[in-house]
Design a protein around this ligand. Structure first.
Ligand code: GTP
Ligand code: MG
Length: 582
């Protein structure tokens, strides 16, 4: 018996594109961590979700090539494969028969999505697998089978990770590639585990996992040398923390793992060292360490301090909770079940109709509801709702769902589309204004109008272009600077106008943080984080596009959404000329 672990990853279309970078100067690479606090868009206390950079990281250009290759390989083993998916979803082990699922009215326990993040080999999959084992979802026989399989692959200690790493490729390499998804329950809470890959080649998949999560388990290896590698320049610990904060992971459990390792041996000194080094970094990344972060020691491989507290004979100094207790105690801000319905679509497939998958970010859904698929405004009807493995009649915010729809073909949907309320549909735009924090540009390039990058916003992965820098924010006063800004460098905060070729669904950060926060990535590196501050008041009305206090002429350009609806995206804006409104 093994719980079915679903797999998903960001595909190759659109997300790993090389973009034209405006590289002008090669200024000296500076260590920017010192400046982190002053560079913040929002303070940790304000907790507004936009975060700060870590140290300069080495280039990852070579890795991009590998990433593209790897992604192709992943595509080859993934099934079912959609014609041109951005996000692939893979069901492993017994194929689920939706119709044989029990019809239930759901479960009254609260539901939380937990993403496991951290540097490669920190023990995320092992800990995730151990959780499933300890919660009785994987039996001894399956574990024995995995032990043998791991041994045959000369990866003896990897057997626990095999519960989450279900791809052959993942098992051979000993690395998670696609986000593994599984479920378990405690006394009070139903959890969806999202096991993200740690390798830097798969950061887009990690982003996709983190964007669905409410809380994060940041796994840090205490093994000698491993904490250091993960935390230093280029280690994924820093990038994952920064991305998690930006993507709306409001609470973190920081598990110091591999405490059983012979280089650690449940040493209090090692644990304290890691806690003291991580704390300032987490603060600088926007987390309120007292309120939002809980540290605890575990051994994912041995299953210690996980379901029950670690034995005092092994770890006399630990008086805190075990992992299950800590997960149970996490409080998150309640979501509004009566808000306008929003579910970004992360995947879709055909199964007696069109089935879409995603996490409900706002509102509730019932069987029989009429909804819109945005941005193509397709009217659809909800035929069935599946939550975990159960069919339910209704579901509220925070739930990860599969919804069967009528009124739309599967090929007319792309990941990043949003299932939305009819009365208050989500905004669909080709342009928006955002406040950006520049982290680290490739080769310390300067950031100016014309800069292109890949935009990651909820489930959207889309190439974008900065069309105008509006003003720079003074780092000290946090107010807009008067001087006209033509370019900025690493560490700057700038308000700019951003354009995408295809219409995307987004919201102002202030209205819907989850749909209004984003990252910009270039050549496999996160170069900026941002939040949407303004949306056009209307698009392509006549020959102008209007904002709260300006109207701009529209450059006649249309591009197909490529979703088979024949719908044309509204023309986008090119010129920078301002003309008075009205
Ligand atoms: P990626 O998916 O590649 O990012 O790695 P991961 O973080 O999922 O690590 P994984 O669970 O695959 O474990 C990597 C290695 O660390 C394996 O050899 C595990 O057996 C080992 N490991 C994980 N947790 C522990 C632990 O608590 N103690 C010890 N001694 N080894 C561990
Ligand atoms: Mg893993």
């Amino acid at each position: 018996m093994v719980q079915q672990v679903a797999k998903e990853s960001v595909g190759t279309k659109g997300n790993h594109k090389r973009t034209t970078i405006f590289t002008y100067t090669h200024t000296k690479r500076t260590d920017i961590e010192e400046d982190i606090r002053s560079l913040q868009l929002d303070s940790a206390e304000e907790n507004n979700g936009v975060v700060n950079p870590g140290d300069a990281r080495p280039e990852e250009v070579e890795v991009v090539d590998k990433m593209e290759e790897d992604s192709e390989e992943v595509q080859a083993v993934s099934q079912p494969v959609h014609p041109e998916p951005k996000v692939k979803h893979k069901e492993v082990s017994a194929v689920e028969d939706a119709e044989s699922q029990q019809e239930t009215e759901g479960n009254n326990k609260r539901h939380l999505n937990v993403v496991f993040i951290g540097h490669v080999d920190a023990g995320k999959s092992t800990t995730g697998g151990q959780i499933l084992f300890l919660s009785g979802q994987v039996d001894d026989r399956t574990i024995q089978k995995y032990e043998k399989e791991a041994k045959d692959k000369s990866r003896e200690s990897w057997y626990m990770a095999y519960i989450m790493d279900t791809n052959e490729e993942e098992r051979i390499k000993g690395k998670t590639v696609e986000v593994g998804r599984a479920h378990f329950e405690t006394e009070t809470t139903r959890f969806t585990i999202l096991d993200a890959p740690g390798h830097k080649s798969y950061v887009p998949n990690m982003i996709s996992g983190a964007s669905q999560a409410d809380i994060g388990v940041l796994v840090i290896s205490a093994r000698k040398g491993e904490f250091e590698t993960g935390f230093e320049k280029g280690g994924q610990t820093r990038e994952h923390v920064m991305l998690a904060k930006t993507l709306g992971v409001t609470k973190l459990l920081l598990v110091v793992n591999k405490m059983d390792d012979h280089t650690v041996n449940w040493s209090k000194e090692r644990y304290d060292e890691i806690e003291s080094k991580m704390t300032p970094f987490l603060k600088a990344s926007g987390y309120n360490v007292k309120k939002d972060v809980q540290f605890l020691p575990i051994s994912g491989l041995m299953g210690l301090n996980m379901k029950t507290r670690v034995d005092k004979s092994l770890c006399p100094w630990w008086n805190g909770p075990c992992l299950f207790e800590a997960l149970d105690r996490i409080e998150i801000t309640p979501r509004d079940p009566n808000g306008p319905f929003r579910m970004p679509i992360i995947d879709k497939f055909k199964d007696m109709g069109t089935v879409v998958m995603g996490k409900v970010e706002s509102g509730s859904v019932r069987e029989g509801d009429s909804l819109l698929v945005m941005p193509n405004k397709a009217q659809v009807k909800v035929l069935a709702i599946y939550c975990d493995d159960n069919r339910v009649r209704h579901a509220g915010p925070g739930e990860n769902l599969r919804i069967r729809l009528s009124g739309i073909e599967e090929e007319d949907i792309l990941s990043g589309f949003v299932l939305s309320s009819v009365a208050k549909p989500v905004a669909a735009v080709t342009e928006f204004i955002a406040q950006l924090q520049i982290l680290e540009l490739l080769d310390n390039a300067i950031f100016t109008a014309g800069y292109k990058a890949v935009l990651h916003i909820h489930a959207v992965v889309e190439e974008c272009e900065i069309v105008e820098l509006l003003h720079q924010i003074d780092l000290k006063t946090k107010k807009p600077m008067k001087k006209k800004v033509l370019f900025v460098k690493n560490g700057a905060i700038v308000v700019c106008r951003i354009q995408v070729n295809n219409s995307i669904c987004t919201e102002k950060f202030a209205d819907f943080a989850q749909l209004g926060r984003f990252t910009l990535r270039t050549e496999g590196k996160t170069v900026a984080v941002g939040k949407v501050t303004e949306l056009p008041t209307f698009e392509s009305q006549g020959s102008r596009i209007c904002w709260e206090n300006m109207c701009l002429p529209v450059r006649a350009r249309t591009s197909s959404l490529g979703c088979g609806t024949g719908l044309k995206v509204p023309p986008t804006v090119g010129a920078l000329l301002r003309i008075p409104r009205g």
